[in-house]
Design a protein around this ligand. Structure first.
Ligand code: G3P
Length: 218
């Protein structure tokens, strides 16, 4: 399973990248707004830091506009995945951009049928939003399961990029289903390492070690 980090904060990406946990990055207009940075500049910095796919989102609502924006974003670096929304216009843009050999991430996916269309349009990634479905009382993980089954039934190569991940349990459930990628905020990725019994065990080991009076490095 690949881990993408869902942020446009360069320092957070840098810190996580040092652990080898960052296989890619996803951004969106809200994350760019939060960063306070220029989209072209910050995206270039992220691409220089992370060799894996870096998603940068178009904001036009018509296919022609998305294609033009997509080409401009893709010119930033070879590892750009152009993000388009799952609308009919977005699907048209997806087909055109993938035909040009560019990576495309189709975002704002909330149904299995939408995911089926994205795969048929040649999407590199489909981004189903788990947390936002949970927010309205639906089961986001059920959508991941349905898409996994459909893509496997027909051997689509589109990768399932489970997005809007809010908790460590989302990560585990997506991994058990076989999502190809998760994208999560840095705090969620870091929280994967935490367990109270790890902290408790380490504390006990260190207390006992202190009683030996030894040092390993001499
Ligand atoms: O990349 C988009 C997605 O991860 C958004 O997450 O928490 O805003 O629903 P959230």
């Amino acid at each position: 399973m690949k881990f993408f980090v869902d942020t446009a904060e360069i320092e957070e990406i840098r810190a996580l990248a040092e652990t080898g946990m960052v296989d890619g990055v996803t951004t969106n207009p809200s994350l760019i707004m939060k960063s306070g940075r220029n989209i072209l500049e910050v995206t270039k910095e992220i691409c220089d830091l992370v060799p894996g796919p870096v998603s940068a989102e178009t904001v036009a609502t018509d296919a022609e506009g998305m294609i033009a924006e997509g080409r401009k974003l893709a010119a930033i670096a070879p590892n750009i995945a152009v993000k388009v929304p799952l609308t009919w216009e977005g699907l048209k843009a997806c087909k055109a951009l993938t035909d040009e050999g560019r990576m495309v991430n189709v975002t704002l996916c909330f149904s299995a049928n939408q995911a089926l269309l994205a795969a048929k349009a040649g999407a590199t990634f489909i981004s189903p939003f788990i947390g936002r479905l949970d927010d309205i009382g639906m089961d986001g993980m059920e959508l991941i399961q349905e898409i996994r089954q459909i893509y496997d039934n027909y051997h689509f190569s589109t990768e399932i990029l489970a997005a809007s991940i809010r908790t460590v349990n989302h990560v585990k459930a997506a991994a058990l289903i076989g999502a190809d990628v998760i994208t999560a905020p840095p705090a969620v990725i870091k929280a994967l390492a935490s367990h109270p019994l790890t902290d408790k065990g380490l504390d006990a080991f260190l207390k006992d070690w202190a009683k030996t009076g030894q040092t390993i490095l001499g």
